[in-house]
Design a binder for this molecule. Structure first.
Ligand code: AHR
Length: 493
């Protein structure tokens, strides 16, 4: 099998937005407690932050971190998490049936974001709460001083405003599982009024309106159109969420990114349709603020379990195939960099995460860590439209899809090409016409592929990228053979 593509410096999509490499920290399971925060852990600093996890977070190249949920935010009282720790109440979290001690809250999160070198993205509770509480939280976070809540922040030892720019107007409000779930009209009106009031508190915020929880929701499409009809003028972004699982179908799973691609195109079309109806030139961009592989076969919700503190929830152990899919989802986000402004892999630690930890024990990189870290590090400059011409694969789940998925980025140091061979059993020969990119020296070529795509990586990090032999760049043409079910990165200088 052969596939070809073209790298031309004039065929650009958009600059690589750093906010595409976001992640997510929810008060869920062990993401916060014994994930990023574990006072008493051998590596814990004076704030109780695990230094091993901080180091891996920096290595992962995460740019933005969404917080504090997720479904958790829809019943959360942000005031519980600020002020002297001894005075903070312990509460029931109804979303995940957890006991929430509130030892970690907004101020700790902000201190952690600075240590990690990431931008915060906050969510407000539009499930059980409304406009006033959202404005109060924003006043506490961003108002310079001289008011009750901004002075309270100063009393808590944070005199300088946080200046948080990115704010989510609730989470998955279309989902019947959401505490305070709403119809599209109810949510659209509430989000519009909340957005208008938040802009009065701080005109510099960038606001994310909830789209559908996933593209299989019965209200998908209609929900986006209705909430945008209500709130188009008041918001900046519309959210998308998607999780992919193998579910006993490896060929279909390896083609998951084809579904993400269609999902993004449909939401862009819906947003532009509302723009046309409203006769506005304003363009709504997308915030893909939850995406990942989540093998849900063993997940049955938590309707009856006892309330617990930091329970072990959805701690997926990832395979080589999972890492290939994650790499392909990142390729797809880059290919839509003209409309996807923010993207957050869900989540950062332990919960369906690239970083796993044990309480009191080690932290390690899962297989999916590697394509994320390498893409975040080496996708720089402009995204190029490479237009692969590829054999196709017939997958039951996603119909006919191209076997090769690819994207490239170009900056002053050269070109980086990211490519996935979606076939579970056939190698793919790839040739790239290098035209005028002036980069014909192979600086690095690596691939993540295992003879057994179901091989899992544990604390010994067995599943990781390895050098790819035989990659050549001669006479303006790059050639490489991509193993079956592989994610590959080639850097040319
Ligand atoms: O990331 C896990 C959960 O998945 C989030 O809380 C929710 O928003 C989504 O359904």
């Amino acid at each position: 099998e052969t596939a070809r593509l073209t790298l031309d410096r004039d065929f650009t999509i958009a600059p690589v937005g750093r906010r595409l490499f976001g992640s997510f920290v929810e008060h869920m399971g062990r993401c916060v407690y014994t994930g990023i925060f574990e006072p008493g852990h051998p590596t814990a600093d004076e704030h109780g932050f695990r230094a091993d996890v901080l180091e891996l977070t920096r290595e992962l190249g995460v740019s933005v971190v969404r917080y504090p949920g997720g479904n958790f935010v829809s019943g959360y009282r942000w005031e519980d998490g600020v002020g002297p720790v001894a005075d903070r109440p312990t509460r029931l979290d109804l979303a995940w049936r957890q006991i929430e001690t509130n030892r970690f809250g907004l101020d700790e999160f902000m201190t952690w974001t600075r240590a990690a070198g990431v931008e915060p993205m906050m969510a407000v509770n539009l499930g059980t709460r409304g406009i006033q509480e959202a404005c109060d939280l924003l006043e506490y976070a961003n108002h310079p001083g001289g008011t009750r809540l901004s002075d309270l922040r100063a009393e808590h030892g944070r005199p300088d405003p946080y200046g948080i720019r990115l704010w989510c107007l609730g989470n998955e409000m279309d989902g019947p599982w959401q505490v305070g779930h709403k119809t599209a009209d109810e949510y659209g009106r509430l989000a519009n009024e909340t957005a208008r009031a938040m802009r009065l508190v701080d005109p510099d915020v960038r606001l994310v309106l909830c789209g559908s929880s996933n593209s299989r929701m019965p209200t998908f499409g209609g929900w986006e159109a209705t909430v945008l009809e209500h709130a188009y003028d008041a918001v900046d972004y519309l959210s998308l969420h998607a999780y992919y699982e193998e579910d006993g179908d490896l060929p279909g799973f390896l083609a998951s990114a084809a579904d993400m691609d269609r999902f993004i195109s449909s939401v862009v079309a819906t947003a532009d349709h509302v723009a046309a109806k409203q006769r506005t030139r304003k363009r709504i961009d997308l915030s893909f603020d939850e995406w990942n592989v989540w093998n849900q076969a063993d997940y049955h919700g938590r309707e009856r379990e006892p309330f617990e503190e930091a329970p072990r929830l959805i701690e997926d152990t990832y395979t080589a195939a999972d890492a290939v899919v994650v790499g392909d989802l990142l390729i797809t986000l880059l290919r839509h960099a003209d409309r996807v402004a923010v993207a957050c892999q869900a989540q950062l630690a332990n919960i369906i995460a690239p970083i796993r930890t044990e309480p009191g024990g080690p932290a390690w990189r899962q297989s999916i860590f590697h394509p994320f870290a390498l893409t975040a590090r080496h996708a720089r400059g402009e995204v190029l439209r490479v237009e692969p011409v590829s054999p196709s694969l017939d997958t039951g789940r996603h119909g006919e899809v191209p076997q090769l998925s690819a994207v490239a980025t170009l900056d002053e140091d050269g070109v980086t090409l990211f490519a996935v061979n979606r076939s579970p059993d056939r190698p793919l020969e790839m040739t790239a016409d290098l035209r005028d990119v002036h980069a014909d020296r192979v600086v690095e070529a690596c691939t993540l592929a295992e003879d057994d795509p179901h091989r899992v990586g544990g604390p010994a990090e067995e599943v990781r990228p390895r050098p790819l032999d035989g990659v050549k760049a001669d006479g303006g043409t790059l050639t490489a053979v991509l193993p079956p079910a592989s994610w590959t990165m080639v850097r040319l200088g």
